[in-house]
Structure formats: structure tokens, C-alpha cells
Design a protein around this ligand. Structure first.
Ligand SMILES: [Zn+2]
Length: 355
């Protein structure tokens, strides 16, 4: 009888451990190889790299054309140097400027700049929301991402297998008054950056027009590998994002700075969000949008570690959680290991052609 009872315990233990083997735990965080596929470093210090190595992360640093063109060139230099110094930990993208847009050599000069950056080590090219929200041509017409002048550039990227990473438009919240926004981080960002709060600028294109311009650009360039930043600005609905993935098989999306919208949707319909992650497990890349501009290392590294750990808890456990990004409680997704490995590592390698 005693033997039979021990046998039963053994079988139960084996079954239990097999079941558990399909999932990671909080203790696995530092053991699993991960990539933060949307990170910014605008300093030549090693603060981010040191913490990334402790937490088993590689950093994909995205150079963005915000500010002046000189800043883009400076960041290209820093990131090239940082990548050469830490080839196992740092990869980076380049971007291009719109200075000289109305002059005849702009397209050729831009292609030469991109090729030089790629030869130096950049792995992709970023386009930002200031296309569609800020830059105007000599006739004061707003330049949209499907402007024909961009066609030879996107064709060049597609022909040469260079991925394009695009933050185009903004979260849908941007077109709402502050009090109607769904997440606290959007409320804070648009309160601080009223120039990008489109609710206050009804003369600019609508959310739907921004998305339509992006989609027309992708329709013109079916061979272009596209990574849509911030859940491709379709953060408010996993159904709409699913439809985007179905329409554009060469498109993926990172979730940088949009965890709040995922938490919000999870709070309302946990099963729907979990099913979405499982169905589109090949199309989603983990990323944070953390910006390292130098400064005090200790609190910065603490924030990096805590952000990464909180997102890990959401992805791998079914804990009941809260976040200062939204009001109320939500439950972690507890995604299978296979899905986590893709979202945290394999998809970034695949979509940015790092293999
Ligand atoms: Zn970013």
C-alpha cells in the first residue's frame, strides 16, 4: 500500500513538472535570452549595456529623426561606436532627414546616406511621426508617408532586404481629449507635448487618414519588411491589429510604450488578448521605448530592471497585477515558452534579419 501511494505521488509530480515545463516563471527571467527591440541610447556611456548584460538582454537601439539633422548624424556615430564596442549586446537602426526635400538631389543623397549607415553596421531604417504631422514642402503641404518622393527610397530598402521600422501616426488616444484617454502614460505624454496632441489640431490629418497613408505606402511596397512601432499605432484594438497583420504579411509590430493599452484590453477581455498573442506569435516583438540620455546610473538601471521584470510577469505568469499605466486590476497572460521565446528573441532576429 505504501509503495503504491509513493508511486502515485511520483506520477503526480512528473505530470505536474511536465505541465510546468511549458511555462517560464519569474525565476527564469535572467536565464532566458531576450531582446529589447525598441530602445534608445543618446549617450556614449555604458549604463544601459551594463544592465542589459545583467538581465540577459540585447538592445536594439533605434535612431529617430527627432530634433535636428545634426542629432541624427551624431547618434549614428555614437551607435556605430557602441555596437563595435559591444557587438554581442547592441544593434542599431539608422534614419534619414528631410532637410533639402525640395531640392533635386534629395532622393539620391538619402539613398547614399542609408547605404553608408548600413555599411557601418545599421540593420534597418526608421521613419517617424514627424512625417505626416510636422514636415511641409515648399508649398506648405504636409508631407505624408505615401508621398511619391519616398517611393524610390522604400524600393531601395525592399530591393536590398533592409527592413523599415515605422512609427507613423500616434495612439488613437492622441485624437481624444485628455480626460477620455484610456491610459495614464498617454495622458501625461500629450499634456507635456501639446504640439503632438492632435485633438488640439483639427487642421491636421485624422487618425484614420494617418493609418490610411501608412497602408497605402505598404500596398505600394509589398516586398518591404516593415516593423510597426508601438503596435503599429493600432494599440487600441487587438482585432484591428490582427486585421492589419492579415492584410500585410510582411509587417510585424513592436509593443514599445504600449503595454498600458495591452493591460487595458487584458483587463476588459483577458482571453481575447491571450488568444491574439498565440495566433500572432510570429508577428510581435517585445520592446520598451526606454530612452537613455545619460545621467545618474543607479536610478536609471533600477527603472530598466523593474520595467523589464514587470512586463515579464505579465507575459509569463497569471498573477493578478496592477500598473500605474491604467486603473484597476488585470491578470497576466501566462504565455507558453514557445511564444515567449519568439516574442522576446526569435522574432526580433527574424524581422530585423539578424540571423
Ligand atoms: Zn521610440
Amino acid at each position: 500500500m505504501k509503495i503504491k501511494f509513493s508511486f502515485l505521488i511520483l506520477i503526480t509530480a512528473i505530470l505536474f513538472s511536465c505541465k510546468d515545463n511549458n511555462f517560464y516563471s519569474m525565476d527564469d527571467f535572467a536565464k532566458v535570452e531576450k531582446i529589447d527591440a525598441h530602445y534608445h541610447i543618446y549617450t556614449d556611456e555604458n549604463v544601459s549595456v551594463d544592465q542589459a548584460e545583467k538581465d540577459n538582454f540585447e538592445l536594439l537601439c533605434i535612431n529617430t529623426y527627432s530634433g535636428r539633422c545634426e542629432r541624427v548624424a551624431d547618434a549614428q556615430q555614437w551607435l556605430t561606436a557602441l555596437h563595435k564596442k559591444n557587438p554581442e549586446t547592441v544593434e542599431y537602426t539608422t534614419t534619414f532627414c528631410l532637410d533639402g526635400w525640395d531640392e533635386p538631389g534629395w532622393v539620391d543623397n538619402t539613398i547614399s546616406w542609408i547605404d553608408q549607415c548600413v555599411a557601418d553596421g545599421a540593420i534597418a531604417v526608421k521613419v517617424w511621426k514627424n512625417i505626416g504631422m510636422e514636415f511641409r514642402d515648399k508649398d506648405s503641404v504636409l508631407i505624408m508617408i505615401d508621398d511619391p518622393q519616398f517611393d524610390p527610397i522604400f524600393k531601395h530598402l525592399a530591393d536590398n532586404g533592409i527592413p523599415c521600422v515605422g512609427h507613423l501616426g500616434e495612439p488613437k488616444n492622441c485624437w481624444l481629449p485628455l480626460e477620455e484617454m484610456t491610459t495614464n502614460n498617454d495622458k501625461a505624454y500629450f499634456a507635456q507635448h501639446p504640439q503632438y496632441h492632435m485633438y488640439k489640431h483639427p487642421d491636421f490629418p485624422s487618425y484614420e487618414e494617418q493609418m490610411a497613408a501608412r497602408d497605402r505606402m505598404l500596398e505600394k511596397n509589398p516586398d518591404l519588411t516593415f516593423i510597426g512601432c508601438h503596435l503599429a499605432s493600432l494599440e487600441w484594438s487587438v482585432d484591428v491589429l490582427a486585421d492589419f497583420f492579415d492584410r500585410f504579411p510582411n509587417a510585424s509590430a513592436d509593443m514599445a510604450a504600449r503595454m498600458g493599452q495591452l493591460f487595458y484590453q487584458t483587463r476588459n477581455d483577458h482571453e481575447k488578448v491571450r488568444d491574439f498573442f498565440i495566433k500572432y506569435q510570429d508577428r510581435l516583438l517585445y520592446g520598451t521605448d526606454i530612452i537613455d540620455s545619460g545621467g545618474d546610473a543607479v536610478p536609471f538601471q533600477k527603472n530598466m530592471h523593474e520595467t523589464w521584470l514587470k512586463d515579464w510577469e505579465y507575459m509569463v505568469t497569471d498573477n493578478t497585477m496592477t500598473s500605474d499605466l491604467i486603473d484597476g486590476e488585470f491578470q497576466g497572460l501566462k504565455l507558453p515558452k514557445e511564444v515567449i521565446n519568439k516574442i522576446y528573441f526569435e522574432n526580433a532576429k527574424k524581422w530585423y534579419k539578424l540571423q
